[in-house]
Design a protein around this ligand. Structure first.
Ligand code: NAD
Ligand code: ZN
Length: 358
């Protein structure tokens, strides 16, 4: 069992990482909790619902379900309202606790519900996708989409605990694993050269969900993200480096239409493009660009970007929220293990597109 402590102005809490952790969830329920709202979706409920309900029953608290429709398209105000409806009907007071069992969509909505129900109640994250385990469940960003923009309505709100069961990854499709691994190797690229080397050496073990390798990858990712978030909870500076690969990646997602590529697949490809741009403007050695390309491919993500048309690439990257006053701000890596944020000349970006677009 591994425990990583997250320490932010918004709260201190443990991330516990262990196979079979689902069966010990009662330990994460605060002693003074009055009720437990288990927020999940039918896909996850069908596989893990009974086990989780049984584990939570051991807390001795009344547990009720809030079933949300499955999918990013339901990360909406209406879905959020389903949680409030159920909690009010169950007469939940301020000492009720929300348990978010699911991927990033479930965690983001349930976290925002916890941030706003009666001005804030406690919640426990039980992330079940690799992306949620290494990224979205750590750091306290919660929220929903608006028809005019993704993640536009939300709050910074930290959980009281994050409970990671590494066994649940076995029921995830291989594409979801690869997508999560792109975010894992991203942490090595921005902060930890040795971890990047380790990801290169263990790419196959990770894709095969080898327990020891996966446990370490999740722990190290959580440690690195927790460190960044502890320095900059509200993304006023340092936290921006977590967006390495995301300016290109978001353009791919939006350009192809959301859902065509998984977010992490687009980020994987974006990491290669950011490495190419880092070679252009920050002197990252070409050999290191090739290492990035190879590790992203080895983890099962695409390394060739789709042909969106040059102008459209630029337009899409300028809408990305990191574009300040028309200039595109990129996260770049002058060397593996270190990140900076910079604007880059359009010519350099064109050169990258010519080398990375299929
Ligand atoms: P997701 O929550 O939609 O899950 C992907 C699919 O896998 C869903 O159909 C889900 O029901 C299913 N699933 C989940 N766990 C499973 C399991 N163990 N076995 C089988 N199926 C399972 O997607 P995601 O990739 O986890 O999260 C994406 C969301 O996370 C986006 O909305 C994004 O904005 C958000 N996000 C938030 C942050 C943050 O800091 N809060 C960071 C990154 C991403
Ligand atoms: Zn991401």
């Amino acid at each position: 069992m591994n425990v990583v402590t997250v320490d932010t102005p918004g709260g201190q809490y443990p991330i516990t990482i262990a196979p079979g952790r689902l069966d010990s969830l009662a330990a994460a329920i605060p002693a003074d909790a009055t009720r437990v709202a288990l927020v999940t979706n039918p896909t996850i409920d069908a596989i893990y619902g009974d086990r989780v309900r049984q584990a939570l029953a051991a807390s001795g608290k009344p547990v009720f379900d809030v079933m949300l429709p499955d999918g990013e398209q339901y990360k909406t105000w209406e879905t959020l309202q389903l949680i409030f409806d159920a909690m009010l009907r169950q007469k939940c007071d301020r000492r009720a606790v929300i348990v978010a069992l699911g991927g990033g969509v479930t965690g983001d909505i349930a976290g925002f519900a916890a941030a706003s129900y009666m001005r804030g109640i406690r919640f426990v994250q039980v992330p079940t996708t690799l992306l949620a385990q290494v990224d979205s469940s750590v750091g306290g960003k919660t929220g929903i989409n608006h028809p005019l923009g993704k993640n536009m309505i939300g709050a910074f709100y930290q959980p009281v605990a994050v409970e990671i069961d590494t066994d649940v990854l076995r029921s995830l499709p291989a594409r979801e694993i690869s997508a999560g691994l792109a975010e894992v190797v991203k942490y090595g690229l921005i902060l930890d050269r040795e971890f990047f080397d380790w990801c290169e050496q263990n790419a196959q073990a990770l894709r095969a969900l080898e327990p020891q390798a996966m446990g370490y990858a999740i722990r190290r990712s959580c440690e690195l993200k927790a460190w960044v978030v502890s320095q900059d909870e509200r993304e006023s500076g340092l936290r921006a480096i977590l967006n390495l690969g995301h300016t290109f990646g978001h353009a791919i997602e939006a350009g192809l239409g959301y859902g065509k590529w998984l977010h992490g697949e687009a980020v994987g490809c974006g990491l290669v493009q950011a490495a190419e741009l880092s070679a252009e403007v920050e002197g990252l050695p070409r050999a290191d660009v090739e290492r990035v390309r190879q590790v992203v491919a080895a983890l099962g993500c695409p390394v060739q970007a789709p042909d969106l048309g040059e102008q459209r690439w630029f337009d899409l990257m300028k809408v990305d929220k990191k574009a300040a006053a028309g200039e595109i701000r990129f996260v770049l890596t002058p060397e593996i293990g270190r990140a900076v944020t910079r604007t880059a000349p359009d010519d350099a970006v064109r050169a990258v597109l010519s080398r990375t677009v299929a």
